[in-house]
Design a protein around this ligand. Structure first.
Ligand SMILES: C[C@](O)(CO)[C@H](O)COP(=O)(O)OP(=O)(O)OC[C@H]1O[C@@H](n2ccc(N)nc2=O)[C@H](O)[C@@H]1O
Ligand SMILES: Nc1ncnc2c1ncn2[C@@H]1O[C@H](COP(=O)(O)OP(=O)(O)OP(=O)(O)O)[C@@H](O)[C@H]1O
Length: 339
């Protein structure tokens, strides 16, 4: 599953090095030709979005975070992060939501470059360009994807050779969702979601996503979860064995029967119109409908590609959302693209 695994990473980086970078040939009339590799000119990494098929949330911890049983599934909607040497660290972004993406050092891609540079005692001066297709503030880990993508791209550009464990450590410092953006596939996240155990997926799951008219702030949704649950006894979050079995079987009906999201009531409380989107997708034949993570993107699991088209068409016609996309899962994690 992990396209970002050490062996895979070495392989792709080598592909980039051989495919794209200048190789100097020293003139040598006799004897073997000497070759010398130059560092890459730029590196592009593709990173998937996620949907949470189970999101069980415990009580607020003293540090303000919540313990989770968080079953992530990477889906085939992608951002691409390109990194190239520059005089100073700067970020640019293109895509339908680009206007909502911060271009200063609060951008998760910039923070990732700074974190890796600090660890290796080097300058973080790079130009990071984000081609953004994942909705912003949509509950699909778009910023996290850019953080993981920038980290892997800088690692390849600078030839730092950081281990997978080191990269995952930096990811966890950047945000709870960032480690999963690096590894992709499917995984159970415990702790605040950053401690990952890979899960088997036995087939392709088809999804339709409805993007909402505005975003929701993740901290605000967790706060609303706390407000709605105030005074109640909040159980420890536990992963569902039935759901993990459904993923392993690749069975969409079984998965539809077991998905859950404890943040959904909080997201609906802050954005009540999402109930109309969920109802429209269900009426069109989706096997199940849920808010993706902290929302407000809504996710519809369907049986096959034909059903995805039907549900997508109905959602577009319903007037209850901004845009509609279809995607398959699982998707690989952050991957260096061939030069
Ligand atoms: C809702 C999810 O997307 C589900 O995968 C994640 O739990 C959120 O992950 P994220 O966006 O990477 O969030 P972080 O950047 O780590 O945290 C942002 C804020 O969300 C809240 N937060 C996040 C994760 C968590 N387990 N408990 C929390 O209460 C905290 O208020 C935190 O300050
Ligand atoms: N590279 C980035 N892309 C988008 N937003 C970013 C980025 N870096 C920082 N941000 C900030 O993070 C906020 C949340 O954006 P993001 O798209 O990651 O939300 P999300 O998908 O709901 O996150 P999650 O699903 O991980 O909770 C944005 O409103 C923006 O201020």
């Amino acid at each position: 599953m992990a396209a970002a695994g050490p062996a895979a990473r070495r392989a792709v980086v080598r592909r980039v090095a051989f495919g794209r970078h200048r190789t100097a040939r020293a003139p040598s009339p006799v004897g073997p030709v000497e070759t010398q590799e130059f560092p890459p000119v730029s590196v592009t990494v593709r990173v998937p979005a996620k949907v949470n098929v189970q999101l069980s949330v415990g009580a607020a911890r003293p540090d303000g975070f919540h313990d989770l049983a968080n079953v992530f599934l990477a889906v085939g909607l992608y951002d691409e992060v390109t990194v190239a040497p520059a005089d100073t660290l700067r970020v640019t972004c293109e895509g339908p939501d680009a206007a909502h993406v911060p271009l200063d050092r609060t951008n998760l891609a910039a923070r990732a470059a700074e974190a890796l540079a600090a660890r290796y005692g080097r300058s973080p001066a790079v130009h990071l360009h984000i081609a953004k297709d994942i909705p912003v503030a949509g509950g699909m880990a778009g910023g996290s994807a850019d953080g993981a993508g920038a980290l892997l791209a800088c690692d390849a550009l600078w030839g730092t050779g950081a281990s997978r464990a080191e990269l995952l450590d930096i990811c966890a410092e950047l945000g709870s969702d960032v480690p999963f953006s690096l590894v992709g596939g499917a995984a159970l996240g415990t702790g605040r979601g950053e401690r990952l155990t890979a899960l088997d997926v036995g087939g392709t799951f088809r999804w339709v996503f409805a993007m909402a008219g505005r975003g929701l702030s993740t901290p605000a949704v967790f706060r609303e979860f706390d407000r709605l649950g105030a005074g109640a006894d909040i159980p420890e979050p536990v992963a569902s064995a039935e759901l993990i079995a459904a993923l392993a079987k690749g069975d969409p009906d079984a998965l539809a029967a077991t998905v859950s999201n404890d943040l959904q009531p909080a997201a609906l409380s802050l954005y009540p119109e999402l109930a109309d989107t969920l109802a429209a997708g269900l009426a069109a034949g989706a096997l199940t409908a849920l808010v993706s993570g902290s929302g407000p993107t809504t996710a519809f699991l369907v049986r096959d590609a034909a059903s995805a088209e039907t549900v997508a068409r109905s959602l577009r016609a319903s007037g209850t959302c901004r845009t509609v996309r279809t995607a398959a899962a699982p998707a690989p994690g952050a991957t260096v693209l061939t030069a």
